[in-house]
Ligand binder design. Structure first.
Ligand SMILES: Nc1ncnc2c1ncn2[C@@H]1O[C@H](COP(=O)(O)OP(=O)(O)O)[C@@H](O)[C@H]1O
Ligand SMILES: [Mg+2]
Length: 253
């Protein structure tokens, strides 16, 4: 493989004060693939996800060493434009967090911040983003209604539409379906697989079936270490590390 990975992580360490939360992480993530991060609570999955768009910068007392390259560019360099990084590498959280405003305004929020003001330019962006998030048909007649009136699953897809509106190329998802019912979960899973055609996706999940269903690669974290990464089908049939096997067969975690 000579093609450059979309994301390259090497020798990555992160400390919250004295807590060494990420220990020498190495990982390459190819473009337009889905990588699932699995592992017990507190092992560093969310922390790792946040290192990929420098969201940990916002936490007091964090120290980070090592390399994270996105498209070959070291994002921890002094001269990195962090706002533009976060536009390229967007994040979806466990609890859907729509803003208390209309559906339209939620999706138009990012483009407006980036200087697009004309309604005639915003309308097609909002429609495209809602279509890509597989939500358009459900909301097209109520775009001016409050986003808070949507179901949890619709709200999560709205949050995904809000990200897509600023045209990122990497999507970070931190347990995006753990607060959703099974049908909404399935919709978000289907959506994630469609989005893979255009985006590189890294998703944290506690649901082994979900990891197996949707991801191309799986990385298993334990106590701040990345134990192993493999193609998902191989990881779930023949893990190479005993600790991975114990975890995926439900012996701990
Ligand atoms: N904002 C924070 N400040 C200090 N320590 C944190 C913070 N977030 C997480 N940690 C610590 O880092 C470790 C990994 O946590 P986290 O990344 O949230 O794990 P996971 O997402 O796998 O459950 C834990 O020991 C946790 O207590
Ligand atoms: Mg977490």
């Amino acid at each position: 493989m000579t093609t450059q990975p979309k994301i390259h992580v090497s020798d990555l360490n992160l400390y919250y004060g004295d807590n060494h939360a990420l220990n020498n992480i190495h990982l390459d993530i190819p473009e337009k693939s889905i990588c699932a991060l699995i592992g017990p609570s507190g092992c560093g999955k969310s922390t790792f996800l946040r290192t990929l768009n420098r969201m940990n910068d916002l936490i007091h007392g964090v120290k980070i060493t090592g390399k994270v390259l996105v498209d070959g560019q070291q994002i921890y360099n002094q001269d990195m434009d962090v706002a533009s990084l976060r536009k390229r590498v967007g994040m979806v959280f466990q609890r859907p967090n729509p803003f208390p405003m209309s559906i339209f305004d939620n999706v138009a929020y990012g483009p407006r911040i980036h200087g697009i003001r004309k309604k005639s330019e915003l309308v097609p962006i909002v429609e495209r983003s809602l279509r890509q998030a597989a939500l358009w048909d459900e909301v097209k007649d109520r775009l001016n209604k409050s986003a808070l009136g949507l179901s949890g699953g619709q709200q999560q897809r709205l949050c995904i539409a809000r990200l897509l509106a600023v045209e990122p190329d990497v999507l970070l998802m931190d347990e995006p379906t753990s607060a959703l019912d099974p049908i909404s979960t399935l919709k978000v899973e289907e959506l994630t697989q469609q989005l893979k055609e255009r985006y590189t996706i890294i998703t944290v999940t506690h649901n082994m079936q979900q990891a197996a269903r949707i991801s191309d690669y799986t990385s298993f974290f334990l106590n701040g270490q990345l134990v192993e990464t493999d193609q998902t089908d191989r990881m779930f049939t023949a893990p190479s590390d005993k600790r991975t096997e114990d975890y995926i067969t439900g012996r701990f975690g």
